[in-house]
Design a protein around this ligand. Structure first.
Ligand SMILES: [Zn+2]
Length: 175
């Protein structure tokens, strides 16, 4: 087994923007030595911020499966032409453009809803719980509530869902 590689802690502070970096990371890679000044990111909603601290009773459940929670709330999937490197290397190179697939608003008959289609279901919690093993309903419920309250993209889907819900079943499938 190869020896573990220690890259140290991410504790070096950029003198221009305050970003943290590792010791061997090039200075200025974050903000080009102060030439780029993106707007400061607003603080996350308090219940979301608390999930990242041990103060939350859901902290461990959230952090253990954080990638799965992120995937459970994805609106789209990534599309690109992947060029795999030979051998053991798990990386790939993207050839051409990267795009996002959003598909149709409703899944095909008998198919499981995925990505944005889940946001058009009445019981989103049940759909997301079944996506991956180890997802906790309380964490999913909290994330769903925060996104519905704070995320403009999720909020923009609500009028479309209301229009879709108002259509008779046959019309929903035909259009
Ligand atoms: Zn910087």
């Amino acid at each position: 087994m190869p020896a573990a590689l220690n890259i140290g802690r991410m504790e070096h502070v950029c003198g221009f923007c305050g970003a943290l970096r590792w010791a061997k990371e090039a200075p200025g890679s974050c903000c080009s030595k102060g030439k780029v000044a993106p707007p400061f990111h607003p603080s996350p909603p308090p219940e979301l911020a608390e999930l990242f601290t041990a103060n939350s009773p859901l902290h461990h459940k959230f952090m253990t499966n954080i990638r799965r929670y992120i995937c459970a709330f994805q609106l789209a999937s990534m599309g690109c032409k992947k060029v795999r490197q030979p051998g053991w290397n798990p990386n790939f190179t993207i050839q051409g453009n990267v795009c996002h697939f959003i598909g149709s608003l409703l899944p095909a008959d008998g198919a499981q809803a995925k990505f944005m289609q889940i946001y058009f279901l009445d019981d989103q919690l049940a759909a997301r719980t079944g996506l991956f093993e180890g997802l906790n309903e309380d964490v999913l419920r909290l994330l769903e509530q925060v996104l519905q309250r704070c995320n403009v993209y999720i909020q923009s889907l609500l009028p479309a869902k209301q229009m879709l819900d108002a259509l008779p079943d046959q019309r929903r499938r035909d259009d």
